[in-house]
Unconditional design. Structure first.
Length: 64
């Protein structure tokens, strides 16, 4: 199956139902070898729990 055909199938499915797409974003983030402080940023610097690995927080704590 070529890329164009896969794209058409995906577009057709999107018109019929809600799709949840999952990718390798977590794996890509791990390549940066981020530290606990990278996940905390200024906003969560006083958090009492470990935040490392909570990739969703990076949308709030990382600006680059």
């Amino acid at each position: 199956m070529n890329t164009q055909h896969r794209t058409e199938l995906l577009q057709n499915a999107l018109t019929e139902r809600i799709l949840i797409l999952d990718g390798a974003m977590g794996t890509m983030i791990q390549k940066y070898k981020l530290t606990e402080s990278d996940f905390r940023g200024e906003r969560f610097k006083n958090s009492t729990i470990d935040l490392k690995g909570n990739n969703d927080l990076l949308t709030l704590t990382s600006h680059s």
